[in-house]
Design a protein around this ligand. Structure first.
Ligand SMILES: [Zn+2]
Length: 396
């Protein structure tokens, strides 16, 4: 079938065995981006004539990059929706009588629409929360008796802050499940605890990418995110560049590489996701045989920073920050001084003595991570906010 796909035709050879598959080249985001720029507007990763496609989405284009456009056929879209309904929402315990509120703008980002359609497929009542202020979203959720909330972890915390200011006790609301994506937050223990306490709900993580599909879901064991191996071939590229298949046992750390099996209109074969993971085959108490990313996605591969020889990811810092409930938005600034990385954590403080909170956080970071990191209070509302993915690492 891929004979008709110009992007992959030159890259592929017939695959009959696993060894054949492992000789296929990896695909990078840079190649896809270059292809779209050279062949506007959709690029050449199209298996069918363009009139067979029925949906267009695009990536959020964070960190100054050009957004990628992605088109889907009805069959490819049906695959997305089925994965949301049968894996992500089902693992979270969502039922047909749930009322699902989606606190998103409904712009061209694929996650909004696939979550909406997945909940609809499951038979739930779906409530789009676009074009509303945070206050309006809170009122709508309460008035309609929403039982499930979908949004980023950062926005869930924001909703809870605003509710508190309005005198609303969200933990007494009907919300019983929250499902999050876009950031590792729902797999970061302190962030998850904060959301669960605020909403009186169970909080679940989901991983996915516009280019690739909805790859994973967190289960009742709550210690990681399973990859949907019935729909993706999963591999890991270690720090030496060697790629390991998970036919092997044990635990492997590195960059997640995945091939999607149900998106024939614009497939990705051995795609380097840029996500840092620690994958295990060990049996999970939930009974799923799918491989699990321990602690979810640890961060983007290029988000690693080093403090005096200690390699760190933003999610490790987040886990300590979220234990201080008066800290709101935060940002990790990484600069260079005399060839060394110099790291400062900037925090917005919502109440109380900022200096005291900052010195306690610095002490927590030193004890837990073995790294001396300067912590500094900044003015409320001064740090950037994002609807889709908060990028909390800034290189200066
Ligand atoms: Zn599990």
């Amino acid at each position: 079938m891929l004979q008709s796909n110009r992007f992959y035709r030159a890259r592929l050879h017939p695959v009959a065995t696993w060894d054949d598959f492992e000789r296929l080249p990896l695909t990078t985001k840079a190649e896809i981006t270059a292809d779209q720029q050279a062949n506007p507007p959709f690029g050449t990763n199209l298996t069918f004539p363009i009139d067979r496609y029925s949906r267009l989405h695009q990536t959020s284009g964070t960190s100054g990059t050009t957004p990628l456009r992605w088109v889907d056929t009805p069959e490819s879209w049906d695959w997305w929706v089925r994965l949301w309904a049968d894996h992500v929402f089902r693992a979270a315990g969502m039922l047909p009588d749930d009322r699902v509120f989606l606190a998103f703008s409904f712009g061209p980002f694929i996650g909004f629409w696939s979550a909406f359609s997945g909940a609809e497929r499951l038979g739930a009542l779906v409530i789009p929360g676009g074009a509303m202020t945070t206050e309006q979203r809170l009122r709508t959720m309460l008035e309609l008796g929403a039982t499930v909330l979908c949004c980023t972890p950062t926005y869930a915390i924001r909703l809870a802050e605003v509710a508190q200011g309005m005198g609303i006790d969200l933990s007494a609301s009907d919300i019983r499940i929250t499902v999050h994506a876009g950031e590792p937050g729902a797999s970061v223990p302190a962030t998850r605890d904060l959301i669960e306490r605020s909403f009186g709900a169970r909080c679940f993580d989901h991983t996915g990418m516009t280019e690739l599909g909805p790859t994973g879901f967190s289960c009742a064991a709550r210690d990681g995110v399973h990859l949907i191996e019935s729909e993706f071939v999963v591999e890991v590229r270690d720090d030496t560049g060697a790629v390991h298949s998970l036919l092997e046992t044990g635990t492997i750390t590195g960059e997640l590489v995945a091939t999607n099996l149900g998106r024939w209109g614009s497939p990705l074969i051995r795609y380097r996701t840029g996500d840092r993971v620690e994958l295990t085959r060990a049996a999970c108490q939930c009974g799923s045989s799918f491989a699990k990313m321990i602690g979810g996605i640890r961060g983007r591969v290029d988000d690693m920073f080093t403090v005096r020889g200690v390699n760190l990811y933003p999610s490790q810092v987040e886990d300590l920050i979220r234990r201080h409930p008066t800290i709101g938005e935060f940002c990790i600034e990484v600069g260079q001084r005399r060839g060394m990385e110099e790291v400062t954590v900037l925090c917005e403080i919502q109440a109380g003595d900022g200096d005291d909170v900052m010195s306690r956080l610095a002490s927590d970071l030193r004890l837990a991570l073995g790294a001396r990191i300067e912590c500094r209070q900044v003015a409320a509302g001064s740090l950037p906010r994002s609807e889709v993915k908060s990028r909390r690492l800034r290189r200066v």
